[in-house]
Design a protein. Structure first.
Length: 111
């Protein structure tokens, strides 16, 4: 994996070259493409097992990996636009809150 500085410098160059609004629009487009592939996956997983369906599922999984990478790249630029520290602080809060919810849920399941 490339180092964090390379990513950060590249995101800054993207934003400088194309602007905040363009990159936010790109993020919306990429999230839409990921949404579409995830919906396809759920639809094809319900189909009867066949070589053709298995091949289609494999292609959809590859598409999901690619679209996830695109979304994460764009989301990192949005994070840069709106303040990395502010976003990370909210992420920390939400992860801690989610962890408590899941820990409580698991504890109830184990009773």
């Amino acid at each position: 994996m490339l180092n964090k500085n390379f990513y950060d410098e590249t995101y800054t160059k993207f934003l400088s070259a194309w602007g905040d609004e363009s990159q936010m629009r790109m993020c919306i487009e990429e999230m839409s493409e990921l949404t579409k592939e995830l919906c396809k996956l759920m639809r094809y997983q319900k189909n009867p097992k066949s070589k053709e369906n298995d091949d289609k599922l494999e292609q959809i999984r590859k598409n999901i990996v690619e679209e996830t990478a695109d979304v994460l790249i764009c989301a990192s630029q949005v994070k840069k636009i709106f303040g990395e520290k502010a976003v990370e602080d909210v992420m920390d809060y939400k992860i801690q809150r989610g962890r408590k919810v899941v820990d409580d849920y698991i504890a109830k399941q184990n009773k």
